[in-house]
Unconditional design. Structure first.
Length: 131
C-alpha cells in the first residue's frame, strides 16, 4: 500500500530524481528522495509487476464540470484482464483466485489514492474560481 501511495504521489518526479542522482557527483537531495521509496518484498514483486502491466488498459470515466471543464477518473482494471494475466503467469485454481484478489487489492489502493488526488484538485480549482 505504501509503495503505491508513494508512486502516486512522487512517481512523476522520480524519473527526474533518478536523472539528478546519476549526474557526475550526484545530487544528495535527489538520492535521499529516492531512498524514501518504500521497499517491495520479493514475494510481492510479481503482483505489482502484473498491476503495472495491466494499468494502461484500465478504462477511464470522463466527467463534465460544465463551463469549468471536466475531469477524468480511472476505473478498475477489468477482472477478465487480471485473470488472463494470471493464467499467462501460470496461476491455476486457488492460486489464480489469490492472484486476482491481490491485484484487485492493489488496484483499489491505487484508485482510492487517485480519486482523492483528483478530487482535491477539483476542490482547489473550485475554491480558486470563487475568489
Amino acid at each position: 500500500k505504501r509503495l503505491i501511495e508513494w508512486r502516486a504521489k512522487y512517481g512523476k518526479d522520480a524519473a527526474n530524481w533518478q536523472r539528478l542522482a546519476r549526474k557526475p557527483g550526484g545530487d544528495d537531495w535527489a538520492t535521499d528522495r529516492l531512498l524514501e521509496q518504500p521497499e517491495l518484498s520479493e514475494e510481492a514483486a510479481p503482483f505489482l509487476a502484473a498491476f503495472d502491466d495491466l494499468s494502461p488498459y484500465r478504462p477511464k470515466v470522463a466527467m463534465s464540470l460544465g463551463l469549468g471543464g471536466g475531469v477524468t477518473f480511472p476505473d478498475p482494471i477489468p477482472l477478465d484482464l487480471i485473470r488472463e494475466e494470471g493464467r499467462q503467469l501460470r496461476y491455476v485454481g486457488d492460486d489464480l483466485e489469490d492472484f486476482c484478489r491481490i491485484v484487485r487489492g492493489l488496484d483499489r489502493i491505487y484508485l482510492n489514492t487517485e480519486h482523492e488526488r483528483i478530487a482535491a484538485g477539483v476542490r482547489a480549482a473550485a475554491d480558486k474560481s470563487k475568489r
